[in-house]
Design a protein around this ligand. Structure first.
Ligand SMILES: O=P(O)(O)OC[C@@H](O)[C@@H](O)c1c[nH]c2ccccc12
Length: 269
């Protein structure tokens, strides 16, 4: 595992242990059972794709992210509920929210407030290092979780996927190379994300999706993640079969995110 990834996972594990000392798993599970009902995440993406002409619409997972390890502070005037409403108004299919404090300046309260402000399904876009984090995600109201194949072994990946299913949530399984893709395909999860960002170097290259898209079998849905900025980027990715996109930084850098989303959803010419 790379340095950044290893550091983030180690911090996440230590933070989780601290949280579980305060609030044991049984209490988290009680909260998860009392959480608002799950909003179907994968189905919301499929609905936007199908709504396009010939089933070729674009579905956007719009990310609420104050800062990142690669970019530092991205959005100083950070207002999660206002962003959630603005994304929904622009035509987002789903939201993605970072709740990690040390590396992304996020907080569980951001996810709770964003979700309460709109009717979109929400992905908790943190590094999942323990099935307890899935119960924790559901307790916050999250509708889906991320499984980063570079950060977990096959056993943990299967446990995370099973926990998501048990809570009625969807899982987005993230890969960056062919070996990770092969491991991901052994999980019973339809949403496979190709992260264009190399988590070792933090460099993004849309060619990652072009390389890996042909390896996706029928019945799985490709989510193209990271480094997307323009309508032309989306069209380029659609040429290899991507209709679902996860976009954060480029939206967070624009004052009017409603307009930014609407622009990406409008065909060039
Ligand atoms: O901000 P971007 O380049 O549009 O990327 C969004 C999302 O893909 C990115 O935040 C992400 C995808 N997988 C991750 C894993 C860890 C941290 C971050 C990510």
């Amino acid at each position: 595992m790379s340095d950044v990834l290893e550091r983030i996972c180690a911090t996440t594990r230590a933070d989780l242990a601290r949280r579980l000392a305060d609030r044991p798993l049984s209490a988290l599970e009680d909260e998860a059972r009392a959480a608002p009902p799950v909003r179907p995440f994968a189905a919301a993406l499929a609905a936007k794709v199908e709504a396009g002409s010939g089933g070729g619409g674009f579905a956007l997972i719009c990310e609420i992210k104050k800062a990142s390890p690669s970019a530092g502070l991205i959005r100083p005037d950070f207002d999660p509920p206002a962003l959630a409403r603005a994304y929904e108004a622009g035509g987002a299919a789903c939201l993605s929210v970072l709740t990690d404090g040390p590396y992304f300046q996020g907080d569980p309260a951001d996810l709770i407030a964003a979700r309460a402000a709109c009717s979109l399904p929400v992905l908790r876009k943190d590094f999942m290092v323990d099935p307890a984090m899935v119960a924790e995600a559901r307790a916050m109201g999250a509708d889906a979780i991320l499984i980063i194949m570079a950060a977990v072994d096959d056993t943990l990946a299967a446990e995370l996927a099973a926990a998501a299913t048990a809570w009625g949530m969807d899982a987005l399984v993230e890969v960056h190379d062919a070996a990770e893709m092969e491991r991901a395909l052994r999980l019973p999860c339809p949403l496979i994300g190709v992260n264009n960002r190399n988590l070792k170097t933090l460099v993004t290259d849309l060619a990652s999706t072009e390389r890996l898209a042909p390896r996706l079998p029928a019945g799985r849905h490709l989510v193209c993640e990271s480094g997307l900025r323009t309508r032309a980027d989306l069209e380029r990715m659609a040429a290899v079969g991507a209709h679902r996109f996860l976009i954060g930084e480029s939206f967070m850098r624009q004052p009017d995110v409603t307009a930014a989303v609407a622009t990406l959803l409008t065909p060039d010419r």
